[in-house]
Design a protein around this ligand. Structure first.
Ligand SMILES: [Zn+2]
Length: 137
C-alpha cells in the first residue's frame, strides 16, 4: 500500500524528492504531477503533486524529507562538491534571511490575482549580522 509522504505545489520539487528517496533505495513515486501541467489552479485545489512511498518505507522517507527541508542535505552536497556556502559578501556571515526582490513580489501578486498562483524563488538575501543585502542568480 502506498502512503503519501508529502505534497508540493511545484511538481519539479516532488520529482527532486522522489529521486533523492530512490538514491537511498526507497521506491518512491510521484502522483498527480499532470494536474499541475494541465491546470495549475485546479492542481492546487486538488492538493498539489504528491510523493508516495510504500507504507513500510514511510518513516525512513520522513527522515530524508526532514533532512532535505532543514538544509542538511544541501550542506552535505556543498561540502562534497567543494562549493562555498552562501554567505554575506560584506562580513562573511552564513546567518541570513532569504526574501524576494520587491519587483518580483509585485509581479507574483499581480499574476496570482489575474491568472493563477505560481511558484516563486526567494533569491534576495539579508544578513542577520550586519544587515547587508545581496542577490543570487
Ligand atoms: Zn553581513
Amino acid at each position: 500500500m502506498l502512503a503519501t509522504l508529502a505534497r508540493f505545489l511545484d511538481p519539479w520539487e516532488a520529482h527532486v524528492i522522489r529521486a533523492r528517496l530512490e538514491a537511498d533505495g526507497i521506491p518512491a513515486s510521484v502522483a498527480f504531477a499532470n494536474h499541475a501541467i494541465v491546470n495549475w489552479p485546479m492542481s492546487i485545489a486538488l492538493g498539489g503533486t504528491a510523493v508516495q512511498v510504500p507504507a513500510a518505507f514511510l518513516e525512513q522517507a520522513r527522515k530524508i524529507l526532514s533532512d532535505y527541508q532543514s538544509g542538511i542535505l544541501e550542506d552535505e552536497l556543498l561540502e562534497a562538491t567543494g562549493t562555498p556556502k552562501e554567505h554575506c559578501p560584506h562580513c562573511g556571515s552564513t546567518d541570513f534571511k532569504r526574501t524576494m526582490p520587491w519587483h518580483e513580489r509585485a509581479i507574483a501578486a499581480l499574476v496570482s490575482v489575474l491568472v493563477a498562483p505560481f511558484p516563486t524563488r526567494r533569491r534576495k538575501f539579508i544578513c542577520r549580522d550586519c544587515g547587508c543585502t545581496w542577490e543570487w542568480g
